[in-house]
Design a protein around this ligand. Structure first.
Ligand SMILES: [Zn+2]
Length: 433
């Protein structure tokens, strides 16, 4: 049986099968103490207990009990041209954008610079075990070309787009609405659904998009209904006040997007820290999702997202975890999960490690509408696999000696884990690390 595979990974295997926020932690995953994952070409053939399979020994790669074989990570919201803005000191969101982020993004009109940075950015994703991401480029089409070209070579699941801005930002990064529209059309025709790449219509936020631009966004979504739409919402009070001042007729921040039919099941909105009850209902009704960016919120001094408050009100609202580089402080998924835990503590809740892990794997796949192809181990899914060394550092090795169960093990990884825990990484069955 099961002779149709190229190789098998044997060891401790963990994968989600359902959403822990709805079914509870225990019922949300499969865990095989002595498991096996069969891979053929770019796909998973099967997963289960080793004893249920008859395998050719020479095709089996075995990992001891210090390793966990699990689906690789998904980061649903980050800005690759903000690498140079990481660690920009001492400002709130709008001032931070002006002082650090916009200056960094202005450099990406240069295709050669963008190409070099895109390659480094993708290597950073791979270092951290991330094989799928929702990425904001700069407002220059060159930045999108550079990223898609490099991502295509590595076969990563990248959903990305040119940032649209036609006002309230430096000249070097704003463009007339029609120009961005025409450039985006060409980028969609070239890259959308090419291999693992998907195009995301990316109006930065309503402050920097005129009504004309939002109308063009609406027209583009009508033309390409399967486009992801990514933007920001309700990040801090100064930004919300400025937004509502610019759109006096809107009932709320979310209502601005809704007026232009930009809240779809493929919409991913970053932050959502200050969402009102009406907005939470509107987003859930439209099946849009929130990318929770906890380290970025901490760094900028934003009010932390009340994840459990949102979940209590609307358990059907999809939420995922994201680094939000460059306001985020780390690409490392353990760091982001730990920040999400701290955010939950600030609201007197405690985000469990299983839930945090879900938000950064299958939950992320759902938000980016790629949950039918990646984010878990099941027959026919792409072989996107992270092999975690739970003893990768001296601190982890010492602490793991007294860990008693899987939950505790993941929580220690969240607390002490570094990129070095990613021992191996496979994308579509190809070993990248
Ligand atoms: Zn962002």
């Amino acid at each position: 049986m099961h002779t149709h595979y190229d190789f098998a990974l044997r060891g401790r295997i963990f994968t989600f099968r359902a959403n822990p926020f709805t079914v509870g932690d225990e019922a949300s995953y499969h865990y095989y103490e002595d498991g096996v994952l069969l891979i053929k070409l770019d796909k998973i053939v099967d997963v289960g207990s080793y004893q249920d399979f008859e395998l050719l020994e020479q095709k089996v790669i075995q990992f001891d009990k210090n390793y966990i074989i699990m689906p690789s990570f998904i980061d649903s919201h980050l800005h690759y041209p903000q690498w140079e803005a990481i660690g920009g000191f001492g400002e709130d969101l709008l001032q931070w954008l002006d002082k650090y982020a916009f200056k960094a993004e202005a450099k990406y009109h240069d295709i050669n610079y963008a190409k070099a940075q895109a390659k480094q950015f993708l290597l950073n994703l791979i270092d951290n075990g991330i094989t799928a991401a929702g990425v904001y480029c700069s407002s220059h089409p060159e930045s999108v070309e550079a990223l898609f070209e490099a991502a295509d070579e590595a076969n990563l699941h990248i959903t990305a787009g040119q940032v649209w801005m036609d006002r309230h930002a430096p000249k070097s990064i704003i463009r007339p609405a029609k120009q961005s529209y025409d450039e985006t059309l060409a980028l969609i025709e070239k890259w959308h659904n090419h291999g693992n790449l998907r195009y995301a219509l990316t109006p930065r936020f309503p402050i920097t998009s005129s009504e004309e631009q939002l109308e063009l966004a609406q027209a583009l979504v009508k033309k390409y209904p399967d486009l992801t739409i990514q933007s920001h919402i309700d990040e801090n009070s100064q930004e919300v006040a400025k937004t509502l001042e610019l759109f006096p007729k809107a009932k709320s921040y979310a209502d601005i997007f809704d007026q232009y039919n930009l809240l779809t099941p493929r919409t991913v909105l970053g932050h959502g820290n200050l969402l009102s009850e009406e907005e939470i209902n509107l987003l859930a009704d439209r099946k849009s999702s929130i990318a929770h960016c906890p380290s970025s919120n901490e760094f900028l001094g934003n009010t932390p997202l009340n994840l459990f408050g949102l979940q209590c009100q609307r358990p059907d609202l999809n939420i995922s975890l994201a680094s939000d580089i460059g306001a985020g402080t780390s690409l490392c998924p353990w760091h982001t999960m730990a920040a999400a835990y701290r955010a939950s503590r600030s609201h007197r809740h405690a985000l469990s490690p299983i839930k945090a892990l879900y938000l950064h794997t299958l939950g992320g796949a759902e938000s980016l509408s790629i949950d039918q192809i990646t984010g878990k181990f099941a027959p026919g899914y792409q072989a996107d696999i992270a092999i975690i060394n739970t003893h990768a550092t001296r601190a982890l090795s010492q602490r793991m000696q007294t860990v008693e169960n899987l939950d505790e093990e993941f929580f220690v990884l969240m607390t002490l884990g570094e990129a070095s825990t990613i021992d191996r990484l496979y994308v579509s069955g190809v070993k990248l690390k």
